[in-house]
Design a protein around this ligand. Sequence first.
Ligand code: ATP
Ligand code: MG
Length: 460
Amino acid sequence: MEILKCKEIVKAVDGKLLSGSLEAEFSNITTDSRVVKNGDFFIPLVGEKFDGHDYILSSFEKGAAGCLTHRDMSGVDGKIVIKVEDTLAALRKLAAYYRQKFDIPFVGITGSVGKTSTKDMVYSVLSQKYNVLRTQGNFNNEIGVPLTVFNLESYHEAAVVEMGMSGLGEISRLTSIVRPDIAIITNIGLSHIEKLGSRQNILRAKMEILEGLKDNGLVILNGDDNLLSGLKGLLKHRTVFYGMEDGLDYQAYNISSQGEMGTSFEITIGYKDYKVHVPAPGIHNMHNALAAIAVGVELNIPVEDIIKGIGEFLPGKMRLNIIDLNGIKIINDAYNASPQSMEVAINVLKDVANSNNRTIAILGDMLELGDISVKAHRDIGKYAAMKEVSYIFTVGKKSKDILEGAIEAGMEKDRVLHFEDNAEAGKFLIDFVKPGDVLVVKGSRGMKMEEIVNLLTTEL
Ligand code: ATP
Ligand code: MG
């Protein structure tokens, strides 16, 4: 972070200085009292279990030089203390202020699935020409986005920021911080439908990203998503679409999957045809690459460099990572699950395997699906049966419906089995799997399906 003066903070957060000098300077902001370093500015937040205000004094003992507070307190000798109405709102205001100091292109990314993968793909492309700041890991919420912004340094030439949400109004607040020059919406799925009620409402929530988009900014939308493609001609900002459908601005054709090696396709840009290779499995990564190509073109990166950037993409942890274990392949996609990404994982399982491999889907519950939960699980079962997965093993409570769906779609009963927990499933699999098998492991975050992957990697 570049230096922020106390007087800038007071003004940005509309606060009242209780103690300390307006001339004091800070070069690091933290919301976690456990990692406070000498000279830091500490912003206490109220969480579900803890209230950061309880740690203000201990943060000072660790060397913090200042803090915000929305509790009534008196100033502290030798420390900056700034009183605000609400520390979370102040964190947002301060990040918005800090962001405005940087006259560089900002790319904001939202969507139901594929945000992190697209963010990393855009990073790979932009890094060919610029020093790029990107969201670390999955820091995409109302705390993660401000902290991402505070990582901006004077040497950064572009920024790529992921924005997540679980309800209406959240993206609106995040985009007011980021003020993107380019806004990407990857797709409109079913994640968080429990809270939002319908896909139309999910679309509305994602569209909030446009509220912060600069007037001359660019909107990049997945043209293969039936809700997003319906926005053609309706937006006031410049808009481009990507996907496989005919007539899209960034249209992939002659697509060929090379299993775990990734996907190749061709694309025409400025009347010239190019060949692109995406070194990560699954057609969804091709979509993510197309969004990144659109960003690269908008920011004037030569197409050859864009393609090189795509070729250097590295997938994140637990996102369809392929582990080779003595002739057994495990596709670890335990990071999270939604109906859409479950289908993607089953596609990748089939892509990676050849016809004489047994394909084994180990699927956990998909959480937070509300009323559509039973149907969504049954549909995944049907989909897996239709794709002729050899075996489906499920873990949890809701995932029993996956098996029901699979059986209904004609899958033999001796090819499916249900387990209560990961340990039980893991124990069974250690005996069951043999060289040549290809497995995919996936479930919602709360299911901790990586426990199965860890067990298999230590025991096999
Ligand atoms: P989160 O909401 O947890 O931050 P995310 O939107 O960042 O998720 P990723 O982490 O990029 O999503 O991807 C999660 C999983 O979703 C991947 O492992 C893959 O299975 C699937 N996925 C990635 N990109 C897409 C896409 N464009 N379309 C559909 N599924 C995708
Ligand atoms: Mg993410």
